[in-house]
Ligand binder design. Structure first.
Ligand SMILES: Nc1ncnc2c1ncn2[C@@H]1O[C@H](COP(=O)(O)OP(=O)(O)O)[C@@H](O)[C@H]1O
Ligand SMILES: [Mg+2]
Length: 208
């Protein structure tokens, strides 16, 4: 099973992933967690270019770097794990590319989808939790000392990204579940658990 978490920065992805990891551990269900971009030596190098570069990167080049990092991660970690029936949890995956590079940077969405599909092949998430939190609330939750390259984009950019995520959810209603991220951490995780139990009863048959 391949589970991805999406949403703007500060929407609570890392927090919910931690809760899910603890839950799976308690149930003795095997999993691995990956973050994007990164997760392999090569992809982590690309991550530092993408997030720390002092130089501007044009939008197409940025898109290709994300896809390059993703493709390596899929081939070396995600696909082999799924083949061994290990649950894979990803902190961001290809929906983020549609939201940030497609809607945010305003690259042609169809081209972004083509690049995404080329990079991941048949490795499509079984379920995606979109943590839906208004921008101002997300900003209030994160106390940035230092913004990385992506995070220092304009407000308009983040508005488009936010709307982009909702559009993706609308277009993929079976896969992408919108979670109201204004709730408490515990309430949000209860929603996530309920959806997972419903969708994957065999995996969670021994869960209370
Ligand atoms: N439901 C919540 N209510 C209030 N604060 C939260 C909630 N979920 C996460 N936070 C806090 O908001 C901040 C950002 O959460 P985080 O999980 O790091 O988001 P992301 O990984 O999406 O950027 C953290 O300080 C976290 O403790
Ligand atoms: Mg995070």
């Amino acid at each position: 099973m391949f589970i991805t978490f999406e949403g703007i920065d500060g929407s609570g992805k890392s927090t919910q992933i931690k809760l899910l990891e603890n839950y799976l551990s308690e149930l003795h269900i095997e999993y691995i967690s990956v973050r994007e971009p990164g997760g392999t030596e090569f992809s982590e190098q690309i991550r530092s270019i993408l997030l720390e570069s002092k130089h501007s990167i044009n939008a197409v080049s940025e898109l290709m770097l994300f896809e390059s990092a993703r493709s390596d991660l899929v081939e070396k970690i995600i696909r082999p794990s799924l083949e061994k029936n290990i649950i894979v949890i990803a902190d961001r995956f290809f929906d983020s590319t549609v939201a940030y590079q497609g809607f945010g940077r305003q690259l042609d969405i169809e081209n972004v989808n083509i690049c995404n599909n080329f990079a991941v092949g048949n490795c499509i998430p079984d379920i995606t939790f979109l943590l839906d939190l208004p921008l101002d609330l997300a900003k209030a939750r994160i106390n940035h000392l230092r913004l990385d390259r992506m995070e220092s984009s304009s407000n308009d950019f983040f508005e488009r990204v936010f709307e982009g995520f909702l559009e993706i959810a609308k277009n993929n209603p079976n896969r992408v579940k919108i979670i109201d991220a204004t709730q408490s951490k515990e309430q949000i995780f209860e929603n996530i658990k309920t959806i997972l139990h419903q969708k994957f009863p065999k995996i969670f048959y021994n869960a209370g």
